[in-house]
Design a protein around this ligand. Sequence first.
Ligand code: ZN
Length: 105
Amino acid sequence: MFKHSLKEKWFNLEMHDKCPQCEQTYEPEPGFYFGAMFVNYAFSAAITLTTGFILYNFFNNPDTWVYMTVVMSFVALLWPLMFKYSRAIFLHLFGGIRFKPKYSD
Ligand SMILES: [Zn+2]
């Protein structure tokens, strides 16, 4: 789906227009990935809640600026991961794409 994996280039978000193996288009309609923003929002909320929970319970409820700094750092570091997974999840949920094992070789 993406030209480079996260292992190769963390901040590179280039996408193929079509799947190199099965010709499946990755943009079913213009602006399709606008909805992926809501999946990304769910990821951000999960990171915020998890980080908040860990800081509150295991770091003795630090000051508010510590929460803000830690949460923003995690979200800033993980945004390429969230971007790619939110697009992939959104495409699989709403793009009508199904995994076909015969193309996975
Ligand atoms: Zn394919």
